[in-house]
Design a protein around this ligand. Sequence first.
Ligand SMILES: *[C@@H]1O[C@H](CO)[C@@H](O)[C@H](O)[C@H]1NC(C)=O
Ligand SMILES: *[C@@H]1O[C@H](CO)[C@@H](O)[C@H](O)[C@H]1NC(C)=O
Ligand SMILES: *[C@@H]1O[C@H](CO)[C@@H](O)[C@H](O)[C@H]1NC(C)=O
Ligand SMILES: *[C@@H]1O[C@H](CO)[C@@H](O)[C@H](O)[C@H]1NC(C)=O
Length: 383
Amino acid sequence: MLASTPPSSRTLISALIAIGLLGVVSAKSGWGEACDQSNTHLDPNTYNLVTDCDATTYCASNGTCATKGCRKDIYPFGYSAYAFDLLPPLCPQGQFCPDEGDQCLAQVPVGGACQKDRDNECALAENYKNLAGFLNTNGSICLNFTCYYANVTLGQTCIFDNTAYTAYLDSGAAYAFIVSRDNCANGLYCDGTSSQCNKMKRQGETCSGNKECLTYNCAADGKCGKAADDPLHPGAWQYVLVGLGILILIGGVMTGLWFFHRRDRKENQIKLEQYYNEQIAYRQSIMSMSHAKNSLLSLPPHASQDVVRSSLYRDDSGWTSATSDALLPPNVRRDSTSGWSDGEGPRDRMQRADSEVLLMPNNESNRDSRYMDAPEGQGGYRG
Ligand SMILES: *[C@@H]1O[C@H](CO)[C@@H](O)[C@H](O)[C@H]1NC(C)=O
Ligand SMILES: *[C@@H]1O[C@H](CO)[C@@H](O)[C@H](O)[C@H]1NC(C)=O
Ligand SMILES: *[C@@H]1O[C@H](CO)[C@@H](O)[C@H](O)[C@H]1NC(C)=O
Ligand SMILES: *[C@@H]1O[C@H](CO)[C@@H](O)[C@H](O)[C@H]1NC(C)=O
């Protein structure tokens, strides 16, 4: 009926139903208020227990709502306003809390009455560990409100309990979702027509219900499909593909960055070269100053004082002109060829020049090399 109505009106109807349910919930009796136990029943759609009392109370036999004496869930519904240690207690091993939640009761033996799908209301079998499976609770099962052990073997007569729930497709169309439970042992299912336990089917075999499949999934194509919790197993080629993808990505990023920074690198290179040239020029200026100081403060060998003194004032004096280059103020860029134009290799030249600065010249050979960057001065010096 709902499926034939347009979506907007369906939404409206759902909203109205929700409001109506809220009204019912708010109309429930609180603690100490009157209730009628004959109104207690299972909701036909959800199989929830419905009573006149609210979520924290149950309808006691004296016709009033009383506080619940136990809980069946660790986090029960309707107790959001309560601290965890104020919740009604859970029941100990061997007991159960019924749907009403009035008090803990002892588990019932096989053949005894149990509530809908409450397998844990049934007592355990001696060999419950062998019977325990994912479709029962510790080997016990509640079918048609009666306790059984899930112990019926292949080909034996079994009991099953079909529960139809209403499910909805994305389109809103309703369909029946049937949950079929039975008391066959693990790996077997109760066939609906013969009422005998059959072997469950492996993946790919034809099926007509989830319970027939070991994977508990009868796919839409009528064959047993993958289990809902079956992990994905990617093929080796997928690993290779992902690995290659990662490598290509890393390579791409690296190459991109290399191109991106190439301009910067070139600029830096030029700056460094300029810096080193500056430094060399600066160093040579300092060296020249050092030469000039030595030349001025020490007399040339075998020269008379008069000659030396007069040379200071003579423009044509060889050694004055020799030091003119050295007397340039620092930071004035000199012709760099004067430092490099010697016949010797540049490396040799640099080593000798280094030793000049580090060691104060005090012998003849050092004095000779000292003037190598001013070759025209040698004549003046000697003269
Ligand atoms: C009804 O029974 C409940 C549970 O036994 C008890 O707590 C409550 O006091 C009783 N109310 C009346 C009015 O007797
Ligand atoms: C099922 O068995 C386990 C292990 O013995 C136990 O902890 C658990 O309480 C049992 N469940 C029920 C409902 O009895
Ligand atoms: C369920 O149990 C009732 C009696 O308790 C019985 O009449 C009914 O046939 C059973 N239904 C099935 C499907 O076994
Ligand atoms: C299953 O358990 C019931 C109850 O204890 C017992 O009567 C029946 O013989 C058992 N069936 C098998 C196949 O063990």
